[in-house]
Structures are given as C-alpha cells and as structure tokens.
Design a protein around this ligand. Structure first.
Ligand SMILES: *Cc1c(COP(=O)(O)O)cnc(C)c1O
Length: 222
C-alpha cells in the first residue's frame, strides 16, 4: 500500500454506497495517523480496548464531531467506562452485559447506540449469541429501555471462502429481518455492522449499513 491514508479513504468512500457508514478501526494505530484520517473526512473511529481509547480521546480532544465506536469484548467491570467513552457499542454479546449497560446508562445520563453481536456459525474465538439463544433473549433485550438497540453485528469465523462469507452475511440480514418482523417495542433492526478489510464488499452486497475497516485504511497493525 503506497497510497496515502487520505487517498485510500477517498477510494474506499467512493466505492461504498453513500448510505453505508465507514468506520475507521483505529486500534493499535497512533493518533498521528488517526488525525490524517480525520483530515480526510473520517468522523467515526472504532477501538477495542478501554485504556487505549481513553488516552487517544484525551490526545484528540481538539477534534470536534468524532463518534466513537466500541468493538471489543466488553467486561462487566468496564461497562461504566465504556459508556463514558463510546457513543456506539457494536459488541454487546450477552444479556448480562446488555442489562448492566441498561442499568448504568441513566445514572450516567447517556443513551447508547447498541448492536447485538451474533455468531451465525459456532466460533470458539469469538463471543456473541448463537441464533437460538438470541431469539430467546429478545424479550428481555426489548425491556432494556435505556439502550437504543439498533441492529446486529457479526464477524465471520476465519478460514471461510467468499461464498461462505457471503452466505453468512445474507443469513445475518435475514435474521435482522426476522427480528424486525416480530414488532418489538424498542428493538430496532435498522443497522447491520458487518464487513472488515477482507470482506467488506461482500458485506455491503448483503446489506451492511456500517463497515469496520482497519488494515485497508491504516496498513498492517504492529
Ligand atoms: C480489528 C477489527 C476490525 C478491523 O479489521 P481489519 O481486518 O483490520 O479491517 C473490524 N472489526 C472488529 C470487531 C475488529 O476487532
């Protein structure tokens, strides 16, 4: 990758439908490069570690209008800090953490945007609901009145070919449709957070509304 960050951003932005939100995954990326991305128009940054995000947000305080997205596994004891730092949490992966966030949010005066992380295929390396468990937990999730549950997030297991990945993204789309058709009070299914550097085009073709891109923007992480 010899192009500059701003050229890469411009190229990818031009290849995406305008309605798809481009989220720059800046984990392990120094703030100098994040500033370059900001100058090129990026306003959505995603991090997966609370501590790293805390220090970067301090360093980038002078840049207005950033939306911060959390994409890592969230432990209960970090829930409060996550609500302090992030507008979106894409990686809510079990009912317990959802309920914890729901309890904390009003105490902190926030109303976080949430995606439910789902595993379409079993994957020992990833957290998230399997489909039957998610369907079981929907009624309780719908009671989380302080969360703005906006949709689903998924990450394909490693080692799938393009056809299998596309199938998995389609299945995620269908699952969102199925949940939307159940007419819950609060649960919304307007967003699908799926697609990383290696598979975002497949994700977009299957209906992704947010893609989370790291390597393809910033280069290989250390
Ligand atoms: C690291 C990460 C990404 C970005 O991955 P790239 O392959 O570098 O684009 C996206 N989503 C999640 C959840 C991640 O942890």
């Amino acid at each position: 990758m010899t192009n500059s960050i701003s050229e890469r951003i411009a190229n990818i932005r031009a290849s995406l439908p305008p309605s798809v939100r481009l989220i720059a995954v800046s984990k392990q990326v120094p703030t100098e490069l994040m500033r370059e991305a900001y100058s090129a128009g990026i306003r959505d940054f995603a991090e997966n570690r609370i501590q790293e995000a805390t220090s970067k947000q301090t360093q980038m305080q002078d840049l207005p209008g950033i939306t911060w997205h959390f994409i890592g596994h969230l432990q209960s004891n970090k829930a409060k800090k996550a609500l302090e730092l992030f507008n979106w949490i894409h990686s809510v992966d079990n009912l317990h953490i959802a309920q914890r966030l729901d309890t904390l949010a009003p105490q902190m005066g926030v109303s976080p945007q949430i995606c439910l992380q789902v595993k379409i295929l079993p994957d020992p390396h990833k957290s998230g609901w399997m489909i039957p468990e998610l369907l079981t937990d929907l009624a309780a999730l719908d009671q989380c009145k302080n969360l703005q549950i906006q949709g689903l997030m998924t990450i394909p297991p490693r080692g799938l070919d393009d056809e299998e990945i596309l199938h998995l993204f389609h299945r995620t789309y269908q699952l969102a449709q199925e949940i939307a058709s159940q007419n819950w009070h609060r649960l919304k299914m307007q967003h699908l957070s799926m697609g990383m550097s290696g598979d975002y085009q497949l994700a977009v073709s299957a209906g992704a509304t947010m893609v989370r891109l790291g390597t393809i923007l910033f280069g290989q992480r250390a």
